[in-house]
Design a protein around this ligand. Structure first.
Ligand SMILES: NC(=O)c1ccc[n+]([C@@H]2O[C@H](COP(=O)([O-])OP(=O)(O)OC[C@H]3O[C@@H](n4cnc5c(N)ncnc54)[C@H](O)[C@@H]3O)[C@@H](O)[C@H]2O)c1
Length: 357
């Protein structure tokens, strides 16, 4: 029997509703595949912030370090400014643990309608590889002359050769295992220093992978192509900001942001990786019990894959798709009336039907 110790941060809003369903499904798959999970919950959130003045304790990263993986819901809620919650919890974990790849698959599942009329289930299946440690999300900058007419703000983007190369190499290696095609998201016409540098590093990396087809688009037309020709893409590598935006667009193309998972990966496995849905805490539906748990559950499948349990990961993916295709149990975001728990239970039940290995 394999045994994994998982740190769980439900976080805020619907994170508290979807994480229990993710754990329900992972427990179910563990029973079929002889995997034992030990869950340790960390109650770090915007709710605890006013009491402690911190999104996580001073030694929060030290506490998380020994775990095999981190399973996160969502961070951020009205009452705490978003930049405080994000920079107090999520971003420090991604950076300290060198989770420099944010892998965000966008696949149109059977049983789900895309808002695109021409959508073909076989052909909308791509992965966004978002740089997760540097780029436009940097602390370098500042404010001057506050509360005067001369008030100003600056923000520096940081692109390093090491940072670009390692995420691009990951994207090319992933493409080798998939459709042998990498698209780079750029904006080197308007952004005069960092984006031409990004293009140079991409061209250099492409030379190491002559068997992988490459193309590149400026981010503006790339967003249009995501809508008009989503079947053109296999692996899309992008900077932190561009990748963040593209992944919500990818989610919309495949039917709902409530369906798409993500992994914050430290490919060298020197530190724990973190698995969370693409979506946030959804304050508009929090507490109603109607959030779609599939993104959280599929993030659990990505965690299993990373932990070296590919069959169990595949069982979770198949169970999600099977329930969405064959049953009428679906949450309101995908046209149904079921609640979060009902959909989670249906997927866990589907897994219980898989032959024990
Ligand atoms: N990684 C993260 O933890 C993360 C990611 C994005 C946003 N956030 C935070 O979440 C908060 C809300 O952000 P937002 O509103 O921009 O984005 P959001 O993803 O929380 O919500 C956007 C829209 O999608 C819907 N939605 C999201 N997840 C859903 C689900 N599982 N099922 C059904 N509908 C779902 C919401 O109801 C909302 O209408 C902010 O504080 C933001 O900073 C956190």
């Amino acid at each position: 029997m394999s045994k994994y110790c998982i740190a769980v941060i439900e976080g805020d809003g619907i994170g508290r509703e979807v994480v229990p369903e993710g754990i329900r499904v992972l427990e179910a798959v563990g029973r079929r595949f002889d995997i034992d999970f030990s869950w340790q919950h960390f109650n770090w959130s915007c709710e605890s912030y006013p009491k402690t003045g911190r999104m996580m304790p001073d030694d929060g990263l030290v506490q998380l370090r020994p775990f095999d993986a981190i399973y996160l819901g969502a961070v951020g809620y009205p009452g705490v400014p978003d930049h405080v919650s994000l920079w107090g919890l999520l971003i420090p974990i991604r950076r300290a643990f060198q989770q420099y790849v944010n892998l965000r698959p966008a696949r149109l599942l059977r049983g789900i309608n895309s808002p695109l009329k021409s959508a073909d289930h076989e052909r909308i299946d791509f992965c966004i590889v978002r740089e997760n440690n540097e780029g436009e999300y940097s602390e370098i900058g500042g404010r001057l002359y506050r509360d005067t007419d001369a008030e100003m703000a600056t923000q520096e983007a940081v692109f390093t050769r090491r940072g670009c190369d390692r995420v691009m190499r990951y994207a090319f290696e992933l493409a080798r295992a998939r459709g042998r095609h990498v698209t780079s998201a750029t904006k080197s016409n308007g952004i005069i220093h960092t984006m031409p540098f990004w293009d140079e590093r991409f061209a250099q990396m492409a030379r190491e992978f002559p068997d992988v087809r490459v193309d590149r688009y400026h981010i503006d037309i790339l967003t249009a192509h995501f809508v008009s020709h989503p079947d053109w893409f296999d692996v899309v590598v992008a900077s932190n900001l561009f990748g963040d935006i593209l992944s919500d667009l990818g989610a919309a193309v495949v039917g709902s942001i409530g369906l798409v998972p993500s992994a914050n990966l430290n490919p060298e496995r020197a530190y724990p990786s973190m698995f969370e849905p693409v979506h946030g805490s959804a304050p508009d539906i929090a507490g109603k019990g109607v959030a779609n748990p599939v993104a959280q559950i599929r993030s659990g499948a990505m965690m299993l894959q990373h932990l070296g349990e590919p069959k169990a990961a595949e069982a979770v993916e198949s169970a999600c798709e099977s329930v969405l295709e064959k049953s009428s149990i679906r949450t309101p975001d995908i046209g149904g009336r079921a609640n979060t728990r009902e959909l989670g239970e249906a997927i866990a039940h589907e897994i219980s039907l898989v032959a024990r290995v």
